[in-house]
Design a protein around this ligand. Sequence first.
Ligand SMILES: [Zn+2]
Length: 306
Amino acid sequence: MGEFPAGGNPAGPSALPGRRSLLLAAAGLTAAGLAACAQQPDATPAARPDQASTPVVEPAGHHPVVPETRPVPPSKSQIVAEFSGRKPVEWGLGVAGVVTKTASTHAVLTFDACGGPRGTECDHRLLKTLRRLNVPATLFVNGRWIKANPGLAAELAADPLFELANHGFRHQPLSVSGRSAYGIAGTSNVGEVYDEIMGNQDVMEQLFGKAPRFFRAGTAYYDDVAAAITHAVGLVPVNFTVNGDGGATFPAPVVASEVGKIGAGQIVISHFNQPAGGTAEGYERALPRLVDRGVTFARLGDTLPL
Ligand SMILES: [Zn+2]
């Protein structure tokens, strides 16, 4: 359970939504769940200044100097104006626009830290294993987890083995119409989608001095309009090809079995905020075998061109 059929591309742009849903259901993904992700959101992002009018630095008597930074994302009001009339046609884990695999020869391990009442711990055993085997990974961190673990988050951000990515501010399913997943209400409009993405983006950029390139919604659910909004604000929405730990609910042998199947181009989702689960032990079993088999690993940013 948890892996798409061999050769299948359920989330590819050419796949029909109905076909995709059937494949996801067949793979157990809609029911297996991402339980560690299924936690209620809290808090509200701070108001973000409208960046549309970010001034260019212009010393007196000189031509304007444009700071060498990434492009300024559209403002909330611009996003609301552009997307508010659009009706979503898809809802799920593999909607149009969400990346679920790469063209790389490497496999990509992604681990989420969801935050919230039962989600703010850190699986140090898992991180230790990754470091011992020198296996890189992309870590999707939620704003609530960062708030509970600021020192640890900074340490992970400074470790070149890892790449930090954005797992949302309040850990909400990303919907423009209030759809829910696992009983958790999603964002209810375009403005809330913007806040869910950019609230945590601002936190991460300010704390770590680097803006994440990748986003994964809380519960991993999106509609296609929300996925398009994610692209519009400069991030790539990412899900997965292989569900490695079923929301940190799989026992270690199942984690080892699922992760043990992975190969080039696949993106694996697991969690590093549930140390009581079987995730760390499962990876301890699977990773040495994968390395022996010649499977290589890279961070998402090393496999997806800018
Ligand atoms: Zn999560």
